[in-house]
Design a protein around this ligand. Structure first.
Ligand SMILES: Nc1ncnc2c1ncn2[C@@H]1O[C@H](COP(=O)(O)OP(=O)(O)O)[C@@H](O)[C@H]1O
Ligand SMILES: [Mg+2]
Length: 182
């Protein structure tokens, strides 16, 4: 059964996946690459516009006995019996805004993705889909090797789950408008 690394764009999924795959010698299944290769992304900039039902089928064919699966769409295209553990990387939404600006996302796309982190949408959807197999890890301010070690700990049954909630922080900073259009 596979290990899954998920979380919003910019949290460090691909960086950490590369490290873990090298250490554990696991092959990587990149959900976005599979979706692109299968032509399942809609013709919009928004990578959430994807035919998830079809993608679920395509991934089912590609999954091998034990791989490392990476992608923000994991909760929507994987089934509970396909996965052993799901690690949701969480990152301070203010830091994510900087990553998105570097990626030249539109203001709308920045708000949408950073707002999704504030609300913990992917963590929530992952828990809904995979239940107790889900582990959250706050990567904010941690070095790549620190995060890699923590992910390895989770994989090796030292099961530490962090409760992450950015909403309090954003409300205290009076910044709801920064993350939500209203
Ligand atoms: N622990 C970290 N500390 C600081 N920057 C990081 C860290 N991990 C990743 N990054 C940087 O953050 C950006 C997003 O990382 P990436 O792995 O592409 O995220 P994702 O695959 O989740 O979109 C990249 O510029 C990457 O170099
Ligand atoms: Mg990525």
């Amino acid at each position: 059964m596979s290990i899954v690394i998920t979380g919003n764009p910019g949290v460090g999924k691909h960086t950490i996946t590369k490290k873990i795959s090298e250490i554990l010698k696991l092959s990587v299944i990149d959900i976005n690459t599979i979706a692109k290769d299968a032509g399942l992304f809609e013709e919009s900039e928004n990578t959430n516009d994807v035919n998830t039902a079809e993608l679920e089928k395509v991934i089912k064919e590609k999954i091998s006995s034990c791989s490392l699966i990476v992608g923000h769409l994991a909760p929507y295209v994987l089934l509970p019996d396909q996965v052993k553990k799901v690690i949701v990387l969480r990152r301070n939404p203010y830091d994510l805004i900087s990553v998105y600006r570097e990626r030249a996302y539109t203001e709308e796309k920045i708000r949408e993705n950073a707002g999704s982190e504030v609300l913990g949408v992917i963590a929530y959807d992952a828990i809904n889909q995979f239940g107790k197999k889900v582990f959250q890890l706050d990567v904010t301010g941690k070095s790549i090797s620190e995060i890699t070690d923590k992910v390895l700990d989770i994989i090796n049954e030292k099961e530490i789950n962090e409760e992450v909630d950015w909403l309090d922080l954003v409300i205290k900073q009076n910044d709801l408008k920064k993350f939500f259009a209203y």
